[in-house]
Design a protein around this ligand. Structure first.
Ligand code: FE2
Length: 666
């Protein structure tokens, strides 16, 4: 008899152990073993158990294993989480079978050997069958749903608990998430703030909402929030660095003139436009949407235009604000030379509009919903043995769960955003739909985006500096992996699974809108490399850039009000501290907004940083070495960013690789 030595690795996570009987069958190119009961196996959490399978003849090259699990008369059905199975053949070859999923039913589950295979590499009929069977099963588990017209499709589910176990939060993450939410809400309730509908009478009281939950940056923002330079700084290195662009010609609906604005050193607006020193933020995406009603009171949402000038000392300063898109007598252009409260309230309206544009477009649509589309398409269209599955699956961790939570707890009928944000209620989904219709592939690729916004040379733009370096590092890694598996454009074109995957993304993510520029198929290796780079960058780096600083810049509510309850001033000279306090959201709305941002800014203890791969999907030497090189390059970048930050008043840490999570998980 020939002896195969089988080693089973069970995951080190809560509930991974099983008391049930596990069976295995080995399938090779020449023969298959009998179904063998692993009766000597004691399967504890984190255990490594070895036993043997004997066969009369050699099985040839191993293609797959079959695993199944049955309860016995002593134990009911339970779930088991195997990480991998390693098999040493009688010929001395080692085969590794990555698994990384829960087995909770009594079905037979097939797992492929770790070497990545494209569909046309499959030479064994059982390999072809297993591939098809895996995808038909996944098609049932991961269906598409339409949350609302014009929005990207999402996972079909009845809340996070109905999702397949593999993609749910871990026990640790669930417990921490619940605890953070509960403690924050309890603190607010005990202080009597969550049900206090009065307006703030003294802004300094806001700091007492969460006495022990300040960050160095939230304190800094509290101190300097009225400063024009901090207002401008946030468009570069705050949580929404993707809207500002260089302006060479003023939009027709923003009639700022040379004599309106003050430019130092005898220059004027026209000259500075020509010199390339003028920048613009235009919130036209928000134009025409009616604002929410919060606690029975009509709210206000504007679609401002903001002009900035780059001073000789390289600092950006705001020089004009128009709060509505259509120029009119009752839509004045506010200037830094106006009264303190005219100018301050104009900036507050911009910051409130920025909250909506950032949260719904830059954060929710462009990272959370896109990551969900990439994840569902991947799970439906690529089998585990496909190289792109192995490359991208680490970047989908927890995304479907967090998005299901967002749909139920944030933007559902009773969600916090729905109830309290100016852009909540019915208008929310319409804003997301409009944002999608104007989203482009180029804007998801940071080198193209920076070029299109003409932001290549503005000093002190750390999001750009760090983001471009990250893009290059991710690109190099992805290029190495893809070029290892695809030697020619022809191989890319012939990979029908790959073509179906991108077709699915185009159809369900971008609703087949050709103007987005999203590829509908891949014709060349470079096209595939760029797209996979964009997927990894979006799910990790871009999400970190727009997610990690939320609490830093939102805790001090006047800097980022989630809604405003008075209309924007229609003429100058009508504002005061009292009108500002009446305009800002009341206490209850403020504290609910801060509590959510606190929850969504917490890093969980099972956070997996970019370049960490706790699950070994790749077993071949080349991609594993590329992963190590990738990590080394990110470590070097992390050191450079830390050194740069030592000289900054406000360190820009959101794109430091050690703070970037591998996936959209919060
Ligand atoms: Fe997020």
């Amino acid at each position: 008899m020939l002896v195969y030595q089988v080693t089973v690795y069970t995951g080190d996570r809560v509930g991974a152990a099983t008391l049930n009987n596990v069976h295995i069958k080995l399938v090779g190119t020449d023969d298959e073993s009998e179904r063998k009961w692993l009766k000597s196996l004691v399967i504890f959490r984190g255990s490594i158990s070895t036993y043997t399978v004997s066969c009369p003849n050699s099985l040839g090259k191993l293609v797959l294993i079959e695993l199944d699990k049955r309860h016995n008369h002593l134990t009911p059905d339970d779930a088991w989480f195997p990480e991998k199975v390693e098999i040493k053949s009688p010929e001395g070859n080692i085969y590794t079978f990555p698994i990384h999923c829960w087995i909770s039913d009594r079905e037979t589950h097939r797992f492929r050997e770790g070497k990545a295979l494209r569909i046309f590499d499959e030479s064994h009929s059982l390999g072809q069958y297993a591939r098809k069977q895996e995808l038909s099963h996944r098609k049932v588990c991961y269906g598409w749903d339409c949350f609302d017209a014009g929005m990207p499709n999402s996972i079909e589910a009845d809340g996070p608990c109905s999702l397949p176990s593999e993609i749910q939060f871990s026990f640790t993450k669930t417990a921490e998430f619940g605890y953070t939410a509960l403690t924050a809400l309890t603190e607010l309730h005990l202080k009597g703030l969550d049900d206090n509908h009065r307006n703030w009478e003294n802004l300094d009281h806001i700091k007492e909402v969460f006495c022990n939950k300040h960050t160095p940056i939230s304190d800094y923002v509290h101190e300097h929030w009225m400063a024009d330079w901090l207002f401008a700084y946030q468009f570069l290195n705050g949580v929404h660095p993707t809207l500002i662009r260089r302006c060479k010609t003023l939009p027709e609906n923003f009639p700022v003139t040379d004599d309106m604005v003050f430019i130092p050193n005898g220059s004027n607006l026209s000259k500075e436009l020509t010199l390339g020193n003028i920048y613009l933020c235009d919130y036209k995406n928000l134009d025409g949407f009616p604002a929410n009603t919060v606690e029975g009171i009509q709210q206000y949402l504007t679609a401002p235009l903001v002009l900035f000038h780059k001073r000789d000392n390289d600092k950006l300063m705001p020089i004009a604000i128009q709060l509505k898109q259509t120029p009119a007598e009752d839509n004045p252009i506010f200037l830094p030379t106006d009264s303190t409260y005219d100018w301050l309230i104009a900036k507050i309206f911009v910051r409130s509009a920025d909250f909506t544009e950032h949260q719904l477009n830059a954060h929710f649509l462009r990272t959370h919903l896109m990551a969900e589309v990439f994840a569902v398409s991947l799970l439906r269209k690529l089998p585990m043995v496909h190289p792109l599955y192995k490359l991208l699956i680490p970047h989908t961790r927890y995304t479907l769960h967090i998005n299901e939570l967002a749909r139920s707890q944030l933007i559902g009928p009773t969600g916090v955003f729905t109830k309290y944000a100016a852009s909540g209620g019915e208008v929310l989904n319409r804003i997301v739909a409009r944002s999608l219709s104007s989203m482009t592939y180029r804007s998801l690729c940071i080198p193209d985006d920076i070029a299109d916004r003409d932001m290549q040379d503005l000093p002190n733009f750390y999001y750009r500096d760090d983001g471009l370096q990250l893009w290059d590092i991710v690109y190099k890694f992805v290029q190495g992996v893809i070029q290892y598996y695809y030697k020619s454009d022809d191989e890319v074109q012939r990979d029908s699974e790959l073509q179906t995957w991108i077709g699915n993304i185009f159809q369900h993510g971008f609703l087949s809108q050709q103007q987005t520029g999203i590829p509908q198929r891949f014709n060349t290796v470079p096209e595939l490399i760029k797209f996979a780079t964009m997927v990894i960058f979006t799910c990790s780096c871009q999400h970190a850039a727009v997610n990690n600083g939320q609490y830093d810049y939102s805790f001090w509510m006047p800097n980022t009000p989630i809604t405003l309850q008075r209309p924007p001033p229609t003429k100058k000279g009508t504002t005061s501290e009292a009108t500002m306090l009446q305009t800002l959201p009341p206490i209850s709305v403020t504290v609910h907004g801060i509590a959510v941002v606190w929850l969504l800014s917490r890093q969980s203890s099972d956070f997996v940083p970019l370049e960490h791969y706790p699950e070994d999907h790749f077993t071949e030497e080349t991609p594993r070495q590329l992963q190590k090189d990738f990590k080394a390059e990110l470590d070097t970048l992390s050191i450079a960013i830390s050194n740069r930050n030592k000289g900054l008043d406000i360190p820009y840490t959101y794109l430091d690789p050690k703070n970037i999570e591998n996936s959209v998980a919060i």
